[in-house]
Design a binder for this molecule. Structure first.
Ligand code: KIV
Length: 280
């Protein structure tokens, strides 16, 4: 049993049912990405509801220009580290580009491997057209909870013509409403809405019985998710309008590095207090 902190639950893994109940009760779902053991441990200790091992891994950890080069093996490697750091937090593995697009059968094989080899509770897949919602249905039928993802779907960045707000015109907004319903009908337990107008996100959120988790989708979604390094201010070169830095880890890291370099060069580190003698 985990400890209780007010209405927060620490050390008790949530379930897909809990997320539905949270929506019914109007409780906001708080999610962040993580890619490694140490940050996953911090997120679990902080009482986060859901950890997404996002394929943003490609950009923020591996230094790729997009999420497209990320492989299923990359995702599994990092999700296992996250699981070790956060054994009691609901974790979702983001299915990377080309691990679910080929066919529902291929997606099932890959999602099954992801769950078996990492111990995550669920997978996420981008898109909501007929094929994607059929794929979600196949995974859910096999007992794998699926988090949908609509709006800006970064794996389609080349087709979308860049990282831009989606659903500003009636045709795209209608398509997003339709795809959200289709993903819900397919059995998704929640849907990420990325970079869409706040009014549209609110409308979709009110229409669905499953929760929506927004990123750049305004305040009316049932929850929020951010890329961890963005939220903690570890990457000051990335500052889209929707982003708020909740800390300045980049500044802290730069100051610490300057101090370390200065003290080693000046000889003030290590001092006697950091050194061992021959006697105990
Ligand atoms: O990969 C990721 O981090 C994501 C979130 C931005 C939703 O998909």
């Amino acid at each position: 049993m985990g400890a209780s902190r007010g209405s927060e639950r620490v050390g008790v893994r949530r379930t897909v049912r809990d997320f539905l109940l949270m929506k019914e009760r109007g409780e906001r779902i708080v999610a962040l990405t993580a890619y490694d053991y140490l940050f996953a441990r911090l997120l679990e200790e902080a009482g986060i509801d859901l950890i997404l091992v996002g394929d943003s891994l490609g950009q923020v950890v591996l230094g790729y220009p997009s999420t497209l080069p990320v492989t299923l093996d990359d995702m599994i490697h990092h999700a296992r580290a996250v699981r070790r750091g956060a054994p009691s937090t609901f974790a979702v593995l983001d299915l990377p580009f080309m691990s679910f697009q080929v066919s529902p059968e291929d997606a099932l094989r890959n999602a099954g491997r992801a769950v078996k080899e990492t111990g995550v509770e669920a997978v996420k897949l981008e898109g909501g057209d007929e094929q994607r919602s059929e794929t979600a249905r196949v995974l859910v039928r096999a007992g794998i909870p699926v988090l949908g993802h609509l709006g800006l779907t970064p794996q389609s960045v080349n087709a979308l013509g860049g990282y831009r707000v989606q659903g500003r015109d009636d045709v795209t907004a209608d398509r997003l409403r339709r795809e959200a319903r289709a993903l819900q009908d397919a059995g998704c337990f929640a849907i990420v809405l990325e970079l869409i107008p706040a009014e549209l996100a609110g409308e979709i959120t009110r229409e669905l019985t499953i929760p929506t988790i927004g990123i750049g989708a305004g305040p009316q979604t049932d929850g929020q998710v951010l890329v961890l390094y963005d939220a903690l201010g570890l990457n000051s070169s990335f500052h889209p309008k929707f982003l708020k830095h909740f800390a300045d880890l980049e500044g802290e890291a730069r100051r610490g590095l300057r101090r370390y370099i200065g003290e080693v060069r000046s000889g003030s580190y290590p001092g006697p207090e950091h050194s061992f003698s021959a006697k105990s």
